[in-house]
Design a protein around this ligand. Structure first.
Ligand code: ZN
Length: 166
């Protein structure tokens, strides 16, 4: 496998990342003794702003990145907040505000959601991504770059350590 000196489109990239919100609070990080995270550049494995920003970077590069919601987890949509009758949920499901769940939409896709409130027989749910509407502040270290295999390109994600396991 070719050793690449710089990230080009469609390669597998390893990163350490810290994600903070605008107040500097850490939302997520894999620097605490974890393995680097690997993603296939351009395949949508990570948010768009990050996917595009790594192109041209080299191994061991460290950089900070500010990503607008549009290139992050999307803007919050009022349409993603819905009121549903209690009866659409399983009878034994304990419904509480803040609870996360996964539902199936009309096209059979799995959509994550969160219960906002339960009033009588009416359940308000929010299908926005929990990080929708947030400007993201990333601190990225590039830990590795390698060519993607044929199989990885077909699958749209990296395999092996730090990648996808089947
Ligand atoms: Zn795969």
């Amino acid at each position: 496998m070719t050793k690449l000196s710089e990230i080009v489109e469609g390669v597998v990239v390893g990163i350490y990342y810290t994600l903070k919100d605008s107040s500097g609070e850490v939302i997520d990080t894999n620097r605490k003794g974890g393995e680097p995270m690997f993603f296939l550049q351009g395949a949508g494995n990570v948010v768009k702003g990050l996917d595009l920003a790594v192109v041209g970077k080299k191994k061991n590069d460290f950089f900070e990145l500010e990503i607008a919601p549009e290139d992050g987890y999307g803007v919050r949509s009022e349409e993603a907040i819905r009121k549903l009758p209690r009866s659409v949920f399983p009878e034994d499901a304990p419904l509480e505000a803040g609870q996360r769940f996964t539902a199936q939409d009309d096209q059979g896709r799995m959509v994550p959601g969160m219960i906002v409130e339960v009033v009588g027989d009416e359940v308000t749910v929010d299908h926005n991504h929990p990080l929708a509407g947030l400007t993201l502040f990333f601190e990225i270290t590039i830990t590795g770059i390698r060519d993607a295999t044929e199989e990885e390109r077909t699958h749209g994600h990296p395999h092996g350590p730090g990648g996808h396991h089947h």
